[in-house]
Design a protein around this ligand. Structure first.
Ligand SMILES: Nc1ncnc2c1ncn2[C@@H]1O[C@H](COP(=O)(O)OP(=O)(O)OP(=O)(O)O)[C@@H](O)[C@H]1O
Length: 232
């Protein structure tokens, strides 16, 4: 179970403070599949970064299965993330010098969730599921943006994570491939009882997810430099 309480993230931008996220309380149960929606700038990416432990909150707490992720030292958070979180980044973040299959194998080697002898065949299986069986040895730049997005999706689920976070995972895909990618994310999340959180603007994608959480732009998002620490 994922639990957020009194969570805020503020950024300093020159002489201003930007309240990127302000969530009073949010609970997502194991196995839930959720769309995180909201206008550009409403904090979707920042919230996913906070939940994954890539960012730390300005205030409040994030707990996953009763472990306070937000309170962990950075090295613990990195290890926790490698083991439990699959992340489809908005900017994909594929390793440019490695082949498609090696991108998955490296992710698997960090987490150790899949036994070593099984990794290559599991990676190939996932890449086949996203329609890339014939591109295993290509480098990311040799693929189209949509194909790279499918690699990022396969990589995110390679460790069978308990928490799958996907930031606009179908943004570069046509409808057929978007549906395929979502089917893979949803199927793997369901098989492993994982939470799936998908940040999206796409109504078709929202309609595939049983729960929708709208994020509003925090009130008074841009405040003066001297703003106090109250949540918006
Ligand atoms: N490093 C930063 N420094 C200052 N402000 C930031 C920083 N990162 C994000 N913000 C601000 O925080 C707010 C939330 O940004 P975020 O990227 O989380 O929104 P989003 O909902 O994911 O947007 P989009 O749908 O356009 O991707 C925005 O107002 C943004 O300008």
């Amino acid at each position: 179970m994922l639990e957020l309480a009194s969570l805020s993230k503020k950024y300093r931008d020159g002489s201003q403070t930007v309240v990127a996220v302000a969530v009073e309380r949010l609970t997502v149960k194991a196995g839930e599949q959720v769309a995180l929606t909201g206008p550009s700038g409403s904090g979707k990416t920042t919230l996913l970064h906070l939940i994954s432990g890539l960012l730390t909150p300005t205030s409040g707490e994030i707990k996953f299965d009763n472990i306070a992720v937000s309170a962990m030292p950075e090295t613990w958070r990195d290890a926790w993330r490698a083991k439990h979180v699959g992340y489809v980044f908005q900017k994909l973040n594929l390793l440019a010098g490695l082949s498609v299959l090696d991108n998955l194998l490296v992710a698997m080697s960090f987490a150790g969730a899949v036994p070593k002898p099984d990794r290559r065949s599991w990676g190939k299986q996932l890449l086949a599921q996203v329609g890339l069986a014939d591109r295993l040895n290509s480098l990311p730049h040799q693929l189209s943006t949509g194909e790279q997005q499918r690699v990022a999706i396969a990589r995110a689920v390679a460790n069978k994570p308990r928490l799958i976070l996907a930031d606009e995972p179908t943004a570069s895909l046509d409808q057929a491939n978007a549906n395929k990618a979502m089917a893979l994310l949803q199927q793997l999340a369901q098989e492993s009882g994982s939470i799936l959180l998908v940040a999206t603007h796409d109504r078709e994608i929202m309609s595939l997810l049983p729960r929708i959480i709208p994020l509003r732009q925090p009130e008074g998002q841009v405040t003066s430099y001297a703003a106090d620490d109250c949540l918006a």
